[in-house]
Design a protein around this ligand. Structure first.
Ligand SMILES: [Zn+2]
Length: 99
């Protein structure tokens, strides 16, 4: 995943939403709000926190920084817009057993 924006280049942009870190579920399972094509990126909420989750090639999950819905939704939109759909039998497109 390339860095979409330099953190300092757009002060109004939530650049930290694109910092991926290992997914760390907290007190309850995240609620899935929306999934992008092929479920590449999933917009989730945990309580009042919203974030985007993705699956790595290793089958692990990563999440963006957490924040308000508007921030997470925008990050999700931007990320999902970069998706290049390919018709192929890829394990990553299989039904996610996690939810
Ligand atoms: Zn797709």
């Amino acid at each position: 995943m390339t860095v979409l924006r330099h953190p300092d280049s757009f002060s109004s942009q939530p650049a930290d939403m694109y910092d991926w870190s290992p997914h760390a579920p907290r007190s309850w399972l995240p609620t899935v709000i929306e999934a992008s094509c092929c479920e590449e990126y999933v917009l989730c909420s945990e309580g009042a926190e919203f974030f985007v989750r993705r699956r790595t090639d290793d089958g692990l999950y990563q999440e963006t920084a957490r924040g308000r819905y508007a921030r997470a939704a925008k990050a999700w939109n931007d990320l999902a817009a970069e998706h290049r759909h390919q018709e192929r039998a890829d394990p990553k497109t299989a039904r996610d057993p996690w939810w």
